[in-house]
Design a binder for this molecule. Structure first.
Ligand code: KG4
Ligand code: ZN
Length: 354
């Protein structure tokens, strides 16, 4: 069986073909994948503009799907999987309406996919089935959550952010430093040449008053707004000392040091929680998915901690870290095998629950 996946939840128009292999350990094979990024359009505005995003998806979707089928060397597919939500509603609607028409015209089933279930499936698409139970951190521009996976494809949330997502913190800090959008890749690059101990920044810990308390809800939550505010305070103070004015650019080495210090804290907070939760739940593997999993320090430290604790760590290839449709097609295959098919009245849902 071959599934055509379609993803338009945010600022990437993407399509992909994924095939079922019949091998239980490595169930999916990527045939072709195309991603048209809108980053250049939104950069001018310092973030994603929903209306512009929806309009650009309309312009790009036919070409992206056509290219995917050409690259895959086929015109037939056995089902169409589409991101139903969560995301920007106007953007989601383009993908959902297109997928519906295509599935109807091709007389194949339509499969609805949750965007985050897609990110988690990217781990399996790349690395094969994870030893279960698994603890997966989904960390993107809109989400920072921990999921316990006991059965393939079934995600139980055991932690989430109380305020900003980690990617959002990256984007806001980059904006503050005048580094443009999206912030993650730029800060990641600058951090490589900075001193990660140069600026002292707080690590917010949301723990139960009694650290040895049993597993209480919220104990594994994240919070990044305090960190973002600490960066803002630091930058404001330095601008004042250097007489730079309210939006003045700090010296480049200071920006590198601040980026490195910020990144060190984000990565430590994310990995502390992930590995603590993995130990608590007796996980046999851990995974990191979503746009921030492209971060070089997060990838390197996660692998090092995994080796030290002798637990396998699943991280997608860079192409599958940020938004793509291959993960949607793979999650669609999983959902279809579990009996999920959408009706022709399928609608986009901006805050779809898992
Ligand atoms: O999963 P994704 O492509 O879209 C959402 O579903 O949100 O994630 C995008 C987020 C953005 O916030 C971006 O700044 C962040 O992922 N990101 C990174 C890196 N590459 C992308 N964050 C840190 N380091 C990176 N290398
Ligand atoms: Zn995403």
């Amino acid at each position: 069986m071959i599934v055509l996946g379609i993803e338009t939840s945010c600022d990437e128009t993407a399509a992909a073909l994924v095939e079922e292999t019949g091998d239980a350990a490595r169930p999916w094979r990527l045939v072709s994948s195309v991603v048209a990024s809108q980053v250049e359009i939104h950069r001018e505005w310092g973030g994603v503009v929903p209306e512009l995003s929806a309009r650009q998806h309309i312009r790009d979707i036919c070409g992206v799907v056509e290219r995917t089928l050409l690259d895959g060397g086929r015109v037939r597919y056995d089902a169409v999987a589409v991101t139903q939500g969560p995301g920007l509603v106007g953007s989601l609607l383009v993908g959902v309406a297109f997928a519906k028409s295509l599935a109807w015209a091709s007389r194949v089933p339509l499969i609805p996919v949750h965007h985050l279930a897609g990110h988690v499936e990217s781990l399996v698409l790349d690395g094969g089935e994870m030893p279960l139970p698994a603890l997966v951190l989904v960390v993107s521009g809109g989400h920072t959550s921990l999921y316990l996976v006991k059965t393939p494809g079934v995600l139980e949330r055991v932690g989430r952010t109380r305020d900003d997502a980690a990617g959002e913190a990256y984007d806001k800090v980059a904006k503050l430093l005048g580094l443009g959008y999206p912030g993650g890749p730029v800060i990641d690059r600058l951090a490589a040449e900075g001193n990660d101990r140069a600026v002292s920044l707080p690590k917010t810990r949301l723990t139960h008053a009694d650290r040895n308390a049993p597993d209480v809800p919220g104990k594994r939550d994240f919070s990044f707004s305090g960190l973002k505010t600490a960066v803002l305070r630091h930058v404001t103070a330095r601008r004042e000392v250097l007489g730079l004015g309210a939006a003045g650019s700090l010296p480049v080495q200071e920006i590198r040091d601040l980026s490195a210090s910020f990144q060190r804290v984000v990565v430590e907070v994310l990995l502390d929680r992930l590995f603590e939760a993995a130990r608590w739940y007796g996980a046999r593997s851990v995974g990191i998915a979503g746009g921030v999993s492209a971060n070089s320090r997060l990838r390197a430290e996660a692998r090092a901690r995994g080796e030290a604790r002798e637990i396998p760590v699943f991280i997608p290839s860079l192409a599958l870290s940020t938004d793509n449709a291959a993960m949607i097609a793979a999650a669609g295959l999983r959902a279809y095998r579990a009996g999920t098919i959408a009706g022709w009245d399928l609608n986009a849902e901006a805050s779809l629950k898992l």
